[in-house]
Design a protein around this ligand. Sequence first.
Ligand SMILES: [Fe+2]
Length: 281
Amino acid sequence: MSKVHLNRRQFLGGLAAAPLIAVSATATYATLIAPHNYEVTETDIFIGDLPERFEGFRITQLTDVHHSRIVGLTEVQRVVDLANRTKPDLMVLTGDYTTTYRRFIDPCAEVLGGLTASEGVWAVLGNHDHYTDPELTTRALVRNHIPVLNNANTRIRRGPDAIQLAGIDDWSWNGTDWVRAFYGLDRKVPLVLLSHQPTVLDFDEAQAASLILSGHTHGGQIKLPFIGAPARFATMDLKYASGLFRKGQTQLYVSRGTGVIGLPVRFGVRPEIAVLRLRRG
Ligand SMILES: [Fe+2]
């Protein structure tokens, strides 16, 4: 076996290059791999008064798709395929389908139209859908068989049993109308609330919900060791950044979402397709 001998200059040159190689490898990972390294998570949500026929009922949540110049349709299609593979009873979309430009709305909604679930696919709008065009976004989703619960609710039935599903318009655009969203609800029947922004957990009205499903934070999008999310890419309020929270009888699940904004970068925060399994007890 032949040996390679380095002289002192070559050795020191190699040492000097090491940090550069590490930085460029990290940058390559953060831009080319991490934003598309989707994780399908499955979380049990225990609800005291869940009707018997809804034991094990599975909800797949997609959020913050952000179809844009930096999140292509191929990625949106991958997300749709992964979500369909979870074979949920219900699919919910919690906003931010695009980021800024109207031209991305129709193609994104068409691909999302490929989502399937036995109890249907339901949506709410996010803050970026208000920047882009809320009416156009709503029409495009509805045209692709995705009803938008914009301060509205519906009921999912299994024989004589039911759960309720409500959606609230994005809080930061003053569109939130709790009275309309909860009109006609039965306080004795469990309620799942879709709200793009997780901050609604702190509102008294939200305590009527057994479970709130939110996105918006992207989990911080970038999380550095020991520092956390310094840039706060997704939001100024990362109080409920990702995962499961509880206030009284109300639980909140915040998904890290699948897309990116600002820079085409994720680091330390994998994109997520969340599956919530409802359990009695
Ligand atoms: Fe977002």
